[in-house]
Ligand binder design. Structure first.
Ligand code: UT7
Length: 323
């Protein structure tokens, strides 16, 4: 017997406003063609004025709870992965907790930028496996539109806003790779690369700042590190690449997604791709893809999924789970 964290609900929320690539042609020296071919992005959602990360997170959480047929009272802990919380403190997670009407349990944020959801899932799994929580809401939510430099064509066309959520529940498994739930995780970071992707402001420097990225440098690290972390997590689960039903990757760039699938020896038919519709939503991209993948009928109970992500830090990692 082994304690497992099993996904019992999934949901997402996207802000109403959809912005197509052509919108950027009006203000920047860019084209729909460049954005599509270099990144795979066709459109993204932007939060309305006054709409915050915890607003998006709460709506995604409500959708996941409804999918699980559970109420907020059934939840012991909330973990929100975000780099764009409403306020410096308290955490976005405590705001979601209050909005859901939850007065027990505990809530906190995890900040690992685009890898945030993988880090949050791994931490939530540890809480469940160690018996500290029975049901955990794990949310990825971002409003990256708030930290864009709208004059920088190399970054502002790439990101979007959104939120996705999973409900994880403690269940007993047999301790084999046939169990449902999280089977293995792998987390990494290397702060020597902090200048490749960062926000040039923060509380301690008394400014909000804007996202800065040496995109082609991040790209150079991405395929290799993502393949290695995915394969490490699979190995820890006692599985190989051929066991994978779905790669659910961080949705930053279609070329990174294709490159990683190719290096893992898997066809694109085994990859959930949403980057064309959402852009890069940082920590929200994986739970959004899981939710959309289920809605599309791609992800089914029993499927073996590997999620992988890399972002600012650099921080990267992977989670292997059976749906
Ligand atoms: O989610 C967190 C992790 N982040 C990522 O995974 C992002 C990783 N990087 C990428 O996705 C890609 O590197 C980008 C999409 C950001 C850029 O693609 P690239 O093929 O690496 O292009 P590049 O940065 O090498 O730039 C090529 C050219 C440059 O012009 P020159 O120097 O060759 O004349 C840029 O100035 O494209 C130019 N460029 C643009 N042109 C039209 C950059 N942005 C734009 C733009 N429109 N929006």
């Amino acid at each position: 017997m082994a304690g497992r964290s099993v996904v019992v609900g999934v949901g997402h929320y996207l802000p109403e406003r959809i912005v197509p690539n052509s919108e950027f042609e009006k203000t920047l020296d860019t084209t729909d063609e460049w954005i599509r071919t270099r990144s795979g992005i066709e459109r993204r959602h932007f939060a309305a004025e006054g709409e915050t990360t915890s607003d998006l997170a709460t709506k995604a959480a409500e959708a996941a709870l409804a999918d699980a047929d559970l109420s907020a009272d059934d939840i012991d802990a909330i973990v929100v992965a975000t780099s764009t919380a409403d306020l410096t403190f308290p955490s976005a997670a405590t705001m979601v907790q209050a909005r859901l009407g939850m007065t027990k349990g505990f809530a906190f944020d995890v900040q690992a930028v685009c890898a945030g959801f993988v880090f949050a899932l791994s931490n939530a799994n540890a809480l469940i496996v160690s018996g500290q929580a029975k049901r955990v809401l794990v949310i990825g939510a971002e409003t990256f539109s708030r930290i864009m430099d709208w004059t920088d064509r190399s970054t502002c066309v790439l990101f979007g806003d959104g939120a996705g959520a999973l409900v994880l529940e403690a269940q007993e498994g047999n301790g084999t790779s046939e169990d449902r739930g999280i089977l293995a995780t792998d987390l990494n970071s290397d702060g020597r690369y902090k200048d490749l992707l960062y926000v040039d402001g923060g509380v301690s420097t008394q400014s909000t700042g804007h996202l800065r990225m040496q995109g082609n440098q991040v790209f150079r690290h991405a395929v290799e590190k993502l393949t290695k972390t995915a394969e490490t997590a699979l190995e820890r689960a006692g599985l190989g690449n051929s066991d994978v039903d779905w790669i659910v990757p961080h949705q930053a760039n279609i070329r990174i997604i294709q490159g990683t699938a190719k290096k893992m020896g898997l066809p694109m038919e085994n990859v959930v791709v949403t980057v064309q519709d959402h852009g890069n939503t940082s920590a929200a991209s994986i739970p959004l893809a899981l939710s959309v993948g289920k809605q599309r009928g791609q992800i089914k109970p029993g499927d073996l999924i590997v999620t992988e992500a890399i972002g600012g830090g650099l921080a990267w990692g992977a989670v292997v789970l059976r749906w």
